[in-house]
Write a protein that binds this ligand. Sequence first.
Ligand SMILES: *[C@@H]1O[C@H](CO)[C@@H](O)[C@H](O)[C@H]1NC(C)=O
Ligand SMILES: *[C@@H]1O[C@H](CO)[C@@H](O)[C@H](O)[C@H]1NC(C)=O
Ligand SMILES: *[C@@H]1O[C@H](CO)[C@@H](O)[C@H](O)[C@H]1NC(C)=O
Ligand SMILES: *[C@@H]1O[C@H](CO)[C@@H](O)[C@H](O)[C@H]1NC(C)=O
Ligand SMILES: *[C@@H]1O[C@H](CO)[C@@H](O)[C@H](O)[C@H]1NC(C)=O
Length: 226
Amino acid sequence: MASSQTQTHRYFIALLLLSAAFPPSSSSDDAKFAKSLIQFKQSLTNAAALDGWLEPAGASARLCSRNTPLWSGCICLNGSFVGLRLVGMGLGGAIDAEALAELPLYTFSVARNNFTGPMPDLGRLTRLRSLYLSDNGFRGEIRGDAFAGMRSVRKVVLAGNYFSGDIPASLVELPRLVDLRLQDNMFGGRLLEFRQANLTGNFSNNRLRGSIPAALSGLNATSFYG
Ligand SMILES: *[C@@H]1O[C@H](CO)[C@@H](O)[C@H](O)[C@H]1NC(C)=O
Ligand SMILES: *[C@@H]1O[C@H](CO)[C@@H](O)[C@H](O)[C@H]1NC(C)=O
Ligand SMILES: *[C@@H]1O[C@H](CO)[C@@H](O)[C@H](O)[C@H]1NC(C)=O
Ligand SMILES: *[C@@H]1O[C@H](CO)[C@@H](O)[C@H](O)[C@H]1NC(C)=O
Ligand SMILES: *[C@@H]1O[C@H](CO)[C@@H](O)[C@H](O)[C@H]1NC(C)=O
C-alpha cells in the first residue's frame, strides 16, 4: 500500500537522524530482545502475523540485517533493533508493558488493530520518539502522568479510539513534542495550555470545551471541527 510505504519511509528518515548513535547490536543483545518479543507476543490474540517470531536457538538470534528486519514488524537501523511497527495485523489481547520495557523502542506502533481496554502503561518506554495507538478500541481515562517519562517523544497519535476524560496533563510537559493527534475520541474538559514551539496536532471530534489556547491558534481549523 502506497501510504504504508510513505509511513515506513518517514520512520526511516526520523530514525536516520539517530543513526550515528547506532553501531550494530550484538547477537546476544538480539537474543535478549527476541526473548522479550516472544514474551510480548504471548499475551496477544490473533497474532498469526507474528508466527515467524520463534524462540532463537542459543545466542545466535539476529533481528536485523542492516536496515532490513529479519522478524516481521521490527524496525532496524544499521543492524540494530530500534522499534516495532505492528500495523493493521488484527492483533488483540493484552499489551505486555513489562516485556516492552526490556526493548530499546524508539518507535512503537500498534495502529489499526483490535486492542481494547485502557491505555497500556507505557511509562517505562523512556526512549520513545513516536507512539501510535490509533484506530483501535482503547477506551477510558488516561492517567495524567502517563507520558511523564517520555522526555524525547516527538509524535503521539491516539486518534480513533474511545479515550475519555481529560487530556493527560503530562503531554504539556514534553519538551520535544511536535505532533499530537487526539482526534476522533471522547476526550472532555478543556484544551490544555500547550507551550511547545511549533506544535501541530488534531483535536477534532472530541467533547472539548472552551477556547483554543494561543499556542495552537495557528493550526488548521479542521484540527478543531466537532
Ligand atoms: C553503522 O555501524 C558501523 C559499525 O559500528 C559504523 O562504523 C557506521 O558508522 C554505522 N553507520 C551508520 C549510518 O550509523
Ligand atoms: C476484534 O475483536 C472482537 C472481540 O474481541 C472480535 O469479535 C472481532 O472479530 C475482532 N476483529 C478482528 C478484525 O480481528
Ligand atoms: C520552530 O520553527 C522555526 C521555523 O521553522 C524554527 O526556526 C525554530 O527553531 C523552531 N523551534 C523549535 C523549538 O523547534
Ligand atoms: C486544512 O486542512 C485541509 C484538510 O487537511 C486542507 O484541505 C486545507 O487546505 C488546509 N487549510 C489550510 C489553511 O492549511
Ligand atoms: C483532523 O481530524 C479530522 C477528523 O478525523 C479530519 O477530518 C481533519 O481533516 C483533520 N485535520 C488535520 C489538519 O489533520
